[in-house]
Design a protein around this ligand. Structure first.
Ligand SMILES: Cc1cc2nc3c(=O)[nH]c(=O)nc-3n(C[C@H](O)[C@H](O)[C@H](O)COP(=O)(O)OP(=O)(O)OC[C@H]3O[C@@H](n4cnc5c(N)ncnc54)[C@H](O)[C@@H]3O)c2cc1C
Length: 606
């Protein structure tokens, strides 16, 4: 079987970079040890090898489709839900009281990254079920918790998140799905939701939709949105199930992730769709957003996983494909000489190193966020919990964006490594390329994440979160400065922190003047700028750890493994970090070329 993830790198990141063992000292996680968690991840890898990877290509070739009011998905989805439930994949980070296993989110993230690298069409069915159950467990009343959560955590029932409507995508304040009290404690639901991932299939007994809707008479905008549990089938007093007037109207046919169905659902066509309020009325969006951190980390994780799988595929190809001769060989034009393998051409090596740098750097970033999450819920000291919560909040839009945007670019490089074969369906690279393209779009587009980062997170609590992040980065800089040959990288990272402060000073001027549209107009450029720096930080961290291990003669991994981490850090600092200078120049330019003026649209029409 082709390699789709390097478990050594995964373990290095978990243990040596993100301090899994240290997390396990916290009371919340104390019952687990490294050995049992390693065995658990081994079983997830085994499950992925057996059940997920072998049908990855087939799911693309035989996509989910709509027929006679139903969505037909690949039968392996049924196996995945069942075995996923048995493996506990829907209950890992939840507490025992919630029915969970109280395992760090860091391990949950690693487990899902393995599955996503094997077959990114499947883990969403499990992950959404976990996310929906988590929402019910956090905010629902006892009745909702008891009725729905246990079967969802077992994988017998699946869950979805229903936010998007035809007219309300990025702007959830425009949601119109309505909820009218039915007089029996439930609400009559009416409306349409589109693009609902995992929205319907036959391999579970019931689907539990978490639906954002407006109670009749609720205030306009986001303050009037409530959250409802709307099952596809109602659970009767005798535990039988009967239809709940949820109609599947279609399945969107997509360029990628074709095994992961994307449904159009209609609630209440016959005025008989019942929903149950989760928590308090009008607080639905707040509840949903509390869960968004997890969902956004999950999307970044998926981007990182696909980028890594694509790296392994193009790396394997480059080691087998002979083409041309090395420039340095005098026989470049001498066709009697054996051709070299393409991996020996510097340009191919550059593309592969770019893929490796983005893939592994992204995975480390995603793990960083998972660690902050764990510390934000499990730290003993309340001050620490607050600190890590702020760090997580700041990092979340970057974690959603860098692995997905740069992951897309890195997979494109992977296609390029294969030349013409990269474009052909016989090879897997084109599938990764089509699959990853959705990741910068769903769960909040890059544009929306960037506005969140610059408009809210950078300024959060008077800039406390950004100061905390700078402190964390500074710790790595100090560690790198202890090695003479790392000083220049440490200084580059330090200079980038200073540059970030300069950019914020410049842009902050617009915010202070009330020119908010101007302030946010280049938010996506700012995201690229800060994302590049933050992943540079991850690489320096990895390189320092690798250097220390080499100096100490550690043998957890071969020398070449540690050296490869240092080499990739150097690659990142030579090829990626300099981009921040030009991005900063754009960000601090006085010219305004994108904000709508009176001559609206003029520059685009002519
Ligand atoms: C395969 C797939 C699966 C999905 N799964 C789910 C799901 O399970 N549940 C669910 O509820 N939704 C789901 N979605 C919906 C997804 O979250 C939305 O598509 C996404 O949020 C964008 O909304 P939109 O498509 O309406 O685009 P629009 O909101 O119309 O955006 C179009 C463009 O305008 C930009 N834009 C919009 N508003 C602004 C602004 N204020 N400032 C700057 N730029 C802006 C966007 O960045 C984007 O580039 C899914 C979508 C797809 C394609």
């Amino acid at each position: 079987m082709a390699q789709y993830i390097d478990i050594r790198t995964l373990n290095f990141l978990l243990n040596d970079i993100h301090g899994l063992n240290q997390l396990l000292q916290l009371p919340r996680f104390q019952e687990h040890d490294l050995e049992s968690l390693t065995m658990f991840l081994d079983s997830v890898k085994d499950f992925s090898d057996r059940e997920l990877y072998p049908c990855f290509k087939e799911m693309d070739e035989k996509p989910a489709y709509f027929e006679d009011g139903k969505i037909i998905v690949h039968p392996q989805i049924g196996t995945a839900m069942k075995q996923g439930g048995e493996l506990g994949l829907m209950r890992l980070p939840l507490t025992h009281e919630e029915g969970g296993l109280q395992i760090p989110l860091l391990i949950h993230t690693a487990a899902y990254a393995i599955m996503e690298a094997a077959n990114n069409h499947v883990p969403g069915y499990l992950g959404l079920t976990y996310g929906a159950a988590e929402l019910i467990l956090y905010f629902g009343n006892e009745e909702l918790k008891n009725k729905y959560a246990p079967k969802m955590l077992d994988g017998e029932w699946a869950g979805t998140m229903c936010l998007t409507e035809p007219q309300a995508g990025s702007s959830l304040s425009d949601i119109t799905t309505s909820a009218v009290p039915a007089g029996d404690g439930s609400f009559r639901m009416k409306g349409q939701k589109i693009f609902i991932s995992g929205g319907d299939h036959e391999y579970v007994d019931n689907l539990i939709h978490l639906v954002l809707a407006r109670i009749e008479g609720a205030p306009a905008g986001t303050k009037g949105i409530s959250l409802f549990v709307v099952p596809k089938k109602r659970l009767n007093a005798d535990n039988s199930l009967s239809p709940n007037d949820v109609t599947t109207a279609g399945d969107f046919q997509k360029m990628g992730q074709r095994g992961y169905c994307t449904s159009h659902l209609i609630f209440g066509e016959k005025d008989d769709c019942h929903g149950w309020l989760v928590g308090e009325a009008h607080k639905g969006l707040k509840y949903m957003f509390q869960m968004m951190n997890g969902a956004r980390i999950a999307v970044g994780r998926g981007g990182a996983a696909i980028a890594l799988a694509a790296y392994h595929a193009s790396h394997a190809y480059a080691q087998e494909r002979p083409q041309g001769r090395r420039v340095q060989d005098s026989g470049k034009k001498d066709v009697t000489q054996e051709p070299t393998l393409i991996i020996n051409h510097p340009d191919v090596r550059r593309m592969l190193l770019f893929q490796k740098a983005v893939g592994e750097g992204s995975l480390s970033l995603v793990f960083q966020a998972a660690r902050y999450y764990d510390l934000s819920v499990a730290s003993v000291d309340e001050k620490d919990r607050k600190k890590y919560y702020l760090l997580l909040e700041l990092l979340t839009p970057i974690v959603k964006t860098y692995p997905t945007e740069m992951g897309t670019q890195s997979v494109s490089n992977g296609v390029q490594v294969l030349g013409g074969y990269g474009y052909c369906s016989e090879y897997i690279l084109q599938q990764y390329y089509r699959d990853i393209r959705i990741f910068p779009i769903y769960e909040g587009t890059t544009g929306i994440q960037s506005i969140d980062l610059l408009g809210r997170k950078m300024m959060m609590e008077n800039g406390t979160a950004s100061r905390l992040l700078a402190q964390e980065i500074n710790e790595t800089i100090q560690a790198a400065l202890t090695h003479d040959d790392f000083k220049k990288y440490a200084k580059t990272l330090g200079a980038n922190l200073k540059l970030t402060a300069d950019v914020m000073d410049f842009l902050g001027g617009f915010a202070k003047n009330g020119e908010f549209e101007r302030y946010l107009s280049d938010a996506t450029i700012f995201m690229e700028f800060l994302g590049t720096i933050v992943v540079g930080w991850q690489w320096l961290k990895m390189a320092v750890e690798a250097k220390n291990a080499l100096l100490a003669g550690k043998t957890d991994y071969p020398e070449s493994f540690y050296e490869s981490k240092i080499h990739t850090m150097k690659f990142y600092f030579k090829y990626e970090m300099p981009k921040t200078t030009s991005l900063a120049e754009t960000l601090m330019s006085e010219e305004v070329l994108t904000v709508v003026e009176e001559k609206e649209g003029a520059w685009l029409n002519d």
